[in-house]
Design a protein around this ligand. Structure first.
Ligand code: 9D3
Length: 258
């Protein structure tokens, strides 16, 4: 997978892409990341990338010419891969969206700055608009790194183990179960006995039930989409009663509970 990232602050990507999983995925040839400075495609003396908005109002808007020149220059014409604009107006990034992008051979990612980009970039160059959540950042650079990492983790071999991202939270639609390591007793706090029992079916059952409990407590919205078997549903009904939790609508429907 090839990522082409276009930004006015290309230097911020270097340390992060030279670290950990992105570094290893690049070294193993699973991904290539190219960072381009949009300013390199300006043609005026002052290398202008932004201008005041037509109609007045505050702030600056990124000019269209250098953005089109950069993307079409690197694509060698009209791009035939997704051109993703990182913008607060985009679809919020999810595991499913990351999976869809992970099937592409190449992604182009535009990072906005200032108040935004000239609308003609959106209309005639961009194919997808993605946000990473409802809070205000200063530009699309951190969101672009978030997208690149979320997609790279899903590529075969990127995590260096055969199970890969399969077990991850969100891949199965549930939050992860609690994890413990040595020592088995710390300040009088013990690791749950199921985990130290060596009884593998009991461990698997305990982990599944903890995932269900945590998801019900912290992210009940996720249960609507999760793949649940009969035992899962039975357990959810039991703990909902015990802890006086409401079950999400979708689960109640599956059980004909009002
Ligand atoms: C203060 C300007 N805002 C006026 C209502 C709009 C605005 C424009 C540009 C707000 C933030 C930004 C810069 N942010 C991004 O480019 C961005 C972003 C984000 O801020 N939050 C979550 N995801 C993303 S993706 C790109």
């Amino acid at each position: 997978m090839r990522f082409d990232i276009f930004s006015l602050f290309p230097e911020v990507f270097t340390p992060y892409i030279n670290t950990s999983i992105l570094q290893r995925a690049r070294a193993n040839g699973i991904i290539a990341i190219n960072i381009y400075n949009i300013r390199d495609w300006t043609t005026d003396k002052h290398h202008t990338t932004d201008d005041t908005p037509f109609g007045g109002g505050g702030g600056m808007v990124m000019k269209p010419e250098p953005i089109f020149a950069a993307v079409e220059g690197i694509a060698d014409g009209k791009p035939d891969c997704p051109v993703i604009l990182m913008t607060p107006q985009g679809r919020p990034l999810t595991h499913v969206i990351a999976e869809q992008f992970s099937r592409q051979e190449r992604l182009m990612i535009l990072c906005g700055r200032y108040e935004g980009v000239d609308e003609r970039v959106r209309e005639h160059l961009v194919s997808d608009e993605i946000s990473i959540g409802d809070y205000v950042l200063s530009g699309g650079e951190l969101p672009a790194l978030v997208l690149v990492e979320a997609v790279t983790r899903l590529l075969p071999g990127a995590l260096g183990d055969p199970d890969g991202a399969f077990d991850d939270s969100f891949a199965n639609g549930l939050l992860e179960y609690p994890q413990y390591t040595r020592p088995p007793e710390f300040r009088g706090w013990n690791v749950p006995e199921e985990l130290v029992s060596g009884n593998h079916p009991a461990i698997a059952r305990w982990r599944r039930q903890q995932s269900l409990l945590r998801t019900l407590q912290k992210r009940p919205d996720l249960l609507e989409m999760a793949e649940l078997n009969q035992a899962d549903i039975q357990y959810l009904v039991k703990i909902a009663e015990e802890h006086a939790f409401c079950l999400p609508e979708a689960i109640r429907k599956r059980l004909d509970i009002p």
